[in-house]
Ligand binder design. Structure first.
Ligand SMILES: *Cc1c(COP(=O)(O)O)cnc(C)c1O
Length: 461
């Protein structure tokens, strides 16, 4: 394929994409194939001679779409959304066309400078003060790892990156049990160790108990360990738990510890001022991550980290060997020094397109609709016989179960997802197996959300 062919095939791909999206409601949301069946349909080795594009295209259409779970399906209510507004897809096409590699300012000045501007736009959009600057990562997992590595090095006076950890005291990191497993992963990968991630008890509202946090820190210090920081949960993945952000930050401040707020999902909702009470006090954090690739509509991948003092993170993560030096390095920002990988995609372009084409007011209205419709779905499910709401809506996420117990609930979920009209996933809450309902697909309508209770009613035992 040359670039003339690419132009022609891009047009066919655009037509196919239009058709695919127009027909999404008629597809089962979740992939229906048996594990291994697609792999078995592929040849065992790459061809020696190039194949005609027509054949590749035919195989794509025959094999791939039915073997996908359709995250852009308007009745995708599983996990959290991975919304891709059409305009963000367009921006990705343009970034693809240039095949940008934005590791340094010099290698893609537009990527760096639009990223800087978008971090200001987003900071203002979610109501954070001007003390925060930031960058874009691939995922919240990477951003949280970066924040935890920075906490570690701050506590060690940047000796860890030089000497390793073998001579270091026992490091301790704090988070509630409602925080995402990416915090566990960060503790493991940062050399802190799973056993040194202290899961601070939560109260009845699933918020970290600040007094218990203070006690845990004191006990660790008394035992000769080195506390390094606190990860705060602002919208947990399981059932949407929020720590009382300001209270936890106050304890951390008293103890001289930095904080990182994980708002991967809920951060997008903070473009609506009325939801900001959920993370009151957030302006005192040292670091915060949220994923515009979840609820906001910036195509995956796009996780933004706001940082109060980027110098500490750059000192932890940044390397500048001679072969990466460029003129005027002191005046410019090289974002690879803020993040784990060296190479970076041009992710800011889709934010620029998204925020301009929709405007904040349209994006707010979508999120407000999702929250309101989630409450309606909750009421409709609560009215069904044998159904119990287990956790009330946190923004647009709630959970339910059958009164008959875990086995009945699990069997119901299997029937729901085999049915295909909607897609829901499960979690465990208070020891119970519960079904999560999350309303947030970019193109979902009130009618789509009403299908949830209809499907559950149809499939009750
Ligand atoms: C989705 C999610 C993550 C992980 O996000 P990735 O970008 O996939 O790494 C972390 N924390 C919370 C609260 C999440 O919802």
């Amino acid at each position: 394929m040359n670039h003339d062919d690419l132009r022609d095939w891009s047009k066919r791909a655009a037509d196919w994409a239009h058709h695919y999206h127009a027909g999404l409601r008629d597809r089962p949301v979740r992939a229906t194939i048996a594990p291994g069946s697609l792999r078995d349909a592929l040849p065992a080795a790459a061809p020696e001679a190039g194949e005609p594009m027509e054949q590749i295209w035919k195989d794509f259409q025959a094999l791939v779409p039915d073997a996908m779970t359709h995250w852009q399906h308007p009745r995708f209510f599983a996990y959290f959304p991975a919304n891709a507004a059409p305009v963000s897809m367009l921006a990705e096409q343009l970034a693809n066309a240039m095949a940008a590699q934005a590791m340094l300012w010099q290698t893609a000045p537009a990527a760096t400078e639009i990223e800087q501007a978008m971090m200001v736009w987003l900071r203002k959009a979610i109501g954070l003060p001007a003390r925060f600057t930031g960058t874009i990562h691939d995922s919240a997992t990477s951003a949280t790892l970066s924040a935890v590595l920075t906490m570690r090095e701050r506590a060690l006076g940047w000796r860890g990156i030089a000497e390793g950890l073998s001579g270091a005291p026992r490091l301790r990191l704090y988070a509630s049990a409602e925080t995402h497993s990416s915090v566990d992963k960060a503790a493991r990968l940062a050399g802190i160790g799973q056993d040194n991630l202290v899961k601070v008890p939560t109260d009845a509202s699933l918020s970290m108990d600040p007094a218990a946090l203070a006690d845990a820190i004191s006990a660790d210090r008394a035992a000769g360990a080195l506390p390094i920081g606190v990860v705060i949960c602002a919208g947990g993945t399981s059932v949407g738990a929020f720590d009382r952000v300001g209270d936890v930050i106050a304890v951390a401040r008293t103890e001289g510890l930095p904080t990182h707020v994980d708002a991967a999902w809920a951060g997008s909702a903070m473009i609506c001022p009325e939801f900001r009470a959920l993370w009151a006090g957030v302006e005192g954090a040292d670091s915060l991550v949220f994923n515009p690739h979840k609820w906001l509509g910036a195509q995956f991948d796009c996780a933004v980290q706001f940082i109060a003092d980027p110098g500490a993170q750059i000192r932890t993560m940044g390397l500048r060997p001679t072969y990466l030096e460029t003129p005027d390095d002191e005046e410019i920002v090289n974002f690879n020094e803020w993040t784990v990988p060296l190479g970076r995609r041009f992710r800011a372009l889709k934010l620029w397109f998204l925020l301009r084409a929709h405007g904040l007011e349209d994006l707010r209205q979508r999120i407000r609709n999702h929250v309101a419709w989630a409450h309606q779905a909750r009421d409709a499910l609560a009215a069904l016989p044998g159904v119990e709401i287990v956790t009330e809506p946190s923004l647009s996420l709630f959970s339910f179960a059958l009164r008959d117990g875990d086995a009945a609930t699990e069997a119901l979920l299997r029937r729901i997802n085999d049915d295909g009209r909607i897609y829901l996933t499960q979690t465990r809450h208070g020891g119970r197996y519960v079904i999560r309902v999350q309303v947030g697909a970019f193109d979902c309508t009130r009618a789509d959300v009403e299908v949830i209770a209809q499907v559950v009613q149809d499939l009750l035992p």
